[in-house]
Structure formats: structure tokens, C-alpha cells
Write a protein that binds this ligand. Structure first.
Ligand SMILES: [Zn+2]
Length: 70
């Protein structure tokens, strides 16, 4: 079986409800959405015309509030 890397978009499973529930509305990093989007390429460097991988992560404010209330 061939394992071909086609540069697909990989999205981390993120629960938007959780992010929304725990996000701090005053947070400047995520603007109250609780989710941060970052882009990386497969080899770690970002070049023109290269497929980027979209990474969704919970913002720090979400982690903080989950610990606090969760
Ligand atoms: Zn935040």
C-alpha cells in the first residue's frame, strides 16, 4: 500500500461549544472565540504555493477557565 502525502488539510478536532463556553470575552488573543488558528507546512517552513496545514487549538484563556471551572 502506498502512503501518499497529498498535502491535505488536517484539522484538529475542536469542540466549538466548549471553546465558546470557556473563552474569555476579554481575551485579545482569540477575541473571545476561544480558538486560535495557526498554519504550518509539512516540513515546518512556510513557502509560497505550499499547502499549509491548518491547526486549531484552544486558546490559553480556555485552558485557564477549564481548569478553574471544569
Ligand atoms: Zn483567548
Amino acid at each position: 500500500m502506498k502512503n501518499k502525502s497529498k498535502g491535505f488539510t488536517y484539522t484538529t478536532t475542536i469542540d466549538y461549544d466548549v471553546a465558546d463556553m470557556y473563552a474569555s470575552s476579554k481575551c485579545k488573543k482569540c477575541l473571545g472565540r476561544g480558538i486560535n488558528k495557526t498554519y504550518t507546512s509539512l516540513n515546518g517552513t512556510i513557502k509560497k504555493n505550499e499547502k499549509l496545514i491548518e491547526n486549531l487549538t484552544y486558546c490559553d484563556c480556555v485552558h485557564k477557565n477549564v481548569k478553574k471551572y471544569g
